[in-house]
Design a protein around this ligand. Structure first.
Ligand code: NDP
Ligand code: BG6
Length: 513
């Protein structure tokens, strides 16, 4: 094999856009990939990243030659890292007999390097260790920054200057939040671009890796029964709803600086909306899709206070159990005005969507947990059966529901004759329930996204101009809410949220689904 360290007889490399130096004499050898999880001691790494990497390994989706490194300040040996992550690995996709063996094989490929996020020396040490594993192969490197945002730039700087690949590509996955408004996000992008090209950056929004979100384009663009209906001509309103039945417990410190609009709406729900409403892309290539997303994001009308309501959960006692208020969290100031709930109406000023309200609602500590897209269609003109619906014709409109989670499914509410004598109508569902239709378990979003990053596929990652457009939409509203110190409407923990959300919908002649 060819040694990458020291005086190897490598030819002068030529560089590609994602930083890959191409050494022609390594081309005949199978490449290796080194994946470094920066912030490996943290919650996300344990909960999502290592389990997703194992699931990919289990499914034979990782390249044959790979090494995984955990990197964080905490002191740990390789063995201690393996112990820490072994409890989180599961063979959930299917239960083959060799699960235990597979776990052992995977853990043997996991290592740990303790280091500071702003240390040249520590990243150089990581580089040396990676080289030892990569020896003789063209080495690609993927860094996953699973750390708080205040250390993103340091980590990018030192990882790229001290530990990027000398022979293959280097890519960096960055977690949210990408800033907290247009200015801070722009600053972050400029800093990253000092060290990385856009091709090397994979800004993750894990909602884009969710099965039903990825399916949105398939549903829209490959079904004749939907594609022609997808406009103001047939759609009356669209609702994007996110709810959690738990509060910000344990993450209050982070959350208070962001609030629900930045935590969920500016990214997860807006991304779904962009995919829902974009024009047909020229092809399925990442750049074509992202071009359309940027266009539709830029067509969204400035958000105004009269189309927004904010809420915050308060303590609540039910039976013998009591639930805390948001401000009971010791890391949250007692007088915090940070919203844990918001509802807003967005309009898209283009020919397709002129006048159609897109309602978003997101909240913590509500009565249910779920995420869904509800599409309410217009009335049937001159409906022959209108007397069967009494005064409430709205009850007769079709509604398409895409349930992102839990219990993934898609159903269409139609009007149907109740079987029997006489003419009585009923609302029924044409129902595609994933767990009834597909036997295989749905992969976690992080598996889909990690695999895409390994394969260099950018389709499900956020391009910098998308980020600019997303922040331009929300920044003025966030500033106004903060400057005017708009007090959130309090709602009890575990309730349906503030009644203001119903007034907002009613203002647009809408009923929440
Ligand atoms: P953690 O707070 O657990 O931080 C990850 C690691 O970073 C810690 O284990 C710690 O490692 C190091 N760290 C924490 N605070 C500091 C600090 N002030 N200075 C230097 N190092 C620090 O974060 P999560 O794992 O929860 O999240 C990681 C990233 O992913 C964040 O950007 C978060 O916003 C994002 N995210 C998280 C989600 C989640 O469910 N947790 C969901 C979606 C996004 P050590 O002390 O060992 O160096
Ligand atoms: C994260 C938010 O991005 O998404 C969290 O920061 C939220 O507040 C989480 O709980 C929800 O993700 P999921 O996949 O559990 O719906």
């Amino acid at each position: 094999g060819v040694s990458l360290a020291g005086n190897s007889p490598l030819k002068e490399p030529t560089q590609t856009k994602d930083g890959a130096n191409q050494f022609s004499n390594l081309e005949s050898v199978e490449p290796t990939i080194s994946i470094t999880v920066v912030g490996a001691s943290g919650d996300l790494a344990k909960k999502k990243i290592f389990p997703a990497l194992f699931a990919l390994f289990y499914e034979d989706c990782l390249p044959k030659h790979f090494t995984i490194y955990g990197y964080a300040r905490s002191k740990m040996t390789d063995e201690e890292l393996r112990e820490m992550i072994s409890g989180t690995l599961t063979c959930r996709i299917d239960k083959r007999e060799n699960c235990g063996d597979k776990m052992d094989q995977f853990l043997q490929r996991c290592f740990y390097n303790s280091g500071l996020y702003n240390s040249e020396e520590n990243f150089s040490e990581l580089d040396r260790k990676l080289k030892e594993k990569e020896v003789g192969r063209l080495a690609n490197r993927l860094f996953y920054l699973s750390i708080p945002p205040n250390i993103f730039v340091d980590a990018v700087k030192y990882a790229s200057s001290r530990a990027s690949s000398a022979s293959g590509w280097t890519r960096v996955i960055v977690e949210k939040p990408f800033g907290r408004d247009s200015d801070s996000s722009g600053e972050l992008t400029r800093s990253f671009k000092q060290y990385l090209t856009e091709e090397q950056i994979f800004r993750i929004d894990h909602y884009l890796g969710k099965e039903l979100v990825e399916n949105l384009s398939v549903l829209r663009f490959s079904n004749l029964v939907f594609e022609p209906l997808w406009s103001r001509n047939y759609i009356r309103n669209v609702q994007l709803i996110f709810s959690e039945d738990f509060g910000t417990e344990g993450r209050g410190g982070y959350f208070d600086n962001y609030g629900i609009i930045r935590d969920i709406m500016q990214n997860h729900l807006l991304q779904i909306l962009a995919l829902f409403a974009m024009e047909t892309p020229v092809t399925l290539d990442a750049e074509d899709i992202r071009n359309e997303k940027v266009k539709v994001l830029r067509s969204m009308r400035q958000l105004t206070l009269d189309n927004v309501i904010v809420g915050q959960y308060k303590g609540h006692t039910r039976g013998s159990k009591s639930y805390p208020a948001y401000t009971d969290d010791p890391t949250v100031p007692n007088n915090s005005l940070t919203p844990t709930f918001a509802a807003l109406a967005i309009f898209i000023d283009n020919a397709r969507w002129d006048g159609v309200p897109f309602l978003m609602k997101a909240g913590k500590a509500l009565h249910t947990k779920g995420a869904e897209i509800r599409v309410q269609f217009r009335h049937v003109p001159g409906n022959l059966y209108k007397q069967n619906f009494g005064a409430d014709l709205d009850k007769a409109t079709n509604e398409l529901v895409i349930r992102v989670q839990p219990d993934e499914g898609i159903y269409l509410k139609i009007n149907n004759k109740v079987p029997g004598l006489g003419m009585r109508l009923d609302r029924s569902d044409l129902n595609l329930l994933y767990k009834a239709r597909y036997t295989k378990e749905i992969p976690d979003a992080y598996e889909t996204l990690l695999l895409d990053a390994i394969e260099g596929e950018h389709r499900l990652f956020i391009r910098s101009d998308e980020l600019v457009a997303a922040w331009s939409l929300f920044t003025p509203l966030l500033k106004e809410l903060e400057e005017k110190k708009i007090a959130p409407e309090l709602y009890p923990y575990g309730s349906r949220g503030p009644v203001g959300a119903h007034y907002l919908a009613a203002k647009h002649n809408i009923r929440w689904g």
